[in-house]
Write a protein that binds this ligand. Structure first.
Ligand SMILES: Nc1ncnc2c1ncn2[C@@H]1O[C@H](COP(=O)(O)OP(=O)(O)O)[C@@H](O)[C@H]1O
Ligand SMILES: [Mg+2]
Length: 149
């Protein structure tokens, strides 16, 4: 079904924040990729360095950044292990900035054909509404967005 809209050399971007739904999104995207080895899978994590709470304490800020870098590294290693099960071209990215904006930019710059992401992420209560990042990406992305719930 879904695969019919994907042509050769399709590029799928997964927006990954390590939440359960982003894991589900990754699994979904990997299943799509398995249908055709020409599909490329790009997994992007957006790091937010500007958490105001931590800003006011110089030391805490540095420590926070160090911890954040280590966590991101661990998550990327884990992702890369998972992605090894595919014969497709895959790559993980960690970029900094505002998640919604950076995902849309990333998708555009990489000329992606599809974005796969969760309806909610790490911060959300289980509400009826989309999270702010998924909402933003659906509104602004130039390509179709597959929202996993
Ligand atoms: N920092 C991020 N980096 C990459 N993807 C993200 C990030 N934040 C959110 N996402 C993607 O957006 C989905 C929805 O998250 P979000 O809109 O932030 O909801 P919530 O408000 O519940 O946190 C996540 O499942 C994930 O796929
Ligand atoms: Mg979130």
């Amino acid at each position: 079904m879904m695969i019919e809209m994907l042509t050769d050399y399709s590029r799928i971007v997964v927006a990954y924040d390590h939440s359960e739904l982003s894991k589900k999104a990754l699994k979904m995207a990997m299943n799509l990729a398995k249908q055709d080895t020409h599909i490329e899978l790009l997994v992007v994590i957006v790091i937010q360095p500007d958490r105001p709470m931590v800003y006011s304490y110089g030391y805490a800020f540095e420590a926070y950044h160090k911890k954040q870098r280590e966590e991101v590294k661990a998550v990327r290693n884990e992702l890369e292990q998972d992605l090894k099960s595919l014969s497709n071209k895959t790559r993980t990215y960690a970029i900094e900035g505002s998640p919604g904006h950076m995902i849309v930019e990333f998708v555009k710059q990489n000329d992606a054909d599809l974005v796969v992401m969760g309806s909610r992420g790490l911060s959300g209560l289980k509400e009826l509404f989309l999270g702010s990042v998924s909402h933003y990406v659906v509104q602004k992305a130039h390509c179709p967005v597959f929202i996993v719930k």
